[in-house]
Design a protein around this ligand. Sequence first.
Ligand SMILES: CC(C)(COP(=O)(O)OP(=O)(O)OC[C@H]1O[C@@H](n2cnc3c(N)ncnc32)[C@H](O)[C@@H]1OP(=O)(O)O)[C@@H](O)C(=O)NCCC(=O)NCCS
Length: 190
Amino acid sequence: MKSPDNLFIDLHELAYLDPSAIVGRTVRIRKPDRVRIGQGSIVDDFTYISCGLTVGDYSHIGASSTLIGGDAHIQIGHFVNCSPGCRLVAASHDFVDGGLHGPPIPADYATPGIVGDIQIDDHVLLGANVIVLPGIHIPEGVAAGACTLFTPKMKLEPWTLYVGIPARPVKSRSSAAIVQAAAQLRARDK
Ligand SMILES: CC(C)(COP(=O)(O)OP(=O)(O)OC[C@H]1O[C@@H](n2cnc3c(N)ncnc32)[C@H](O)[C@@H]1OP(=O)(O)O)[C@@H](O)C(=O)NCCC(=O)NCCS
């Protein structure tokens, strides 16, 4: 299967789109020259991407997700699954300091925001409507229940299931079968 023609851009404008990757027709990508999507990955419809983005291989961004962050970058590894409605926020207004905020405000009146690249390592699973705030590193194998909130400065443990607002660890995940299946799939596709 090939990506359908995109409603907003010519997909050749992307910095890289692997021929086996699929980007939905209604995915809106504001800065295509800063977006790279790897082998077999899928970005589902009604997703909005306004920052730099690298998606590894066999990863999935579910429908109606939002990946925002101005000049910041979001790095997504291999075999990552972001369920529908995830919000990955790599840049935000400062909600405490006074000042004017938002795209309509001229630069010389605007308050600097909070910016931090987001890194999501291999085999991470984000449930529906998970929110990731600026500067978060989600290490390998983390899973997050629906509606989990990851706030800045959180230190997360690999292969751990988190739930809740703010995220709290509830149990560990076993990695062996997952890593083995990934290696087998890689070998099959060589
Ligand atoms: C987290 C989840 C995977 C359940 O995992 P589980 O190992 O069966 O966990 P449990 O049901 O035993 O719950 C463990 C604890 O987390 C809590 N919990 C579970 N899911 C939660 C969630 N999404 N938000 C907040 N708390 C949650 C439970 O209440 C329980 O709390 P307690 O220990 O205080 O009693 C599941 O609830 C979930 O959120 N799945 C995401 C599904 C999804 O979004 N799919 C998208 C399409 S693929």
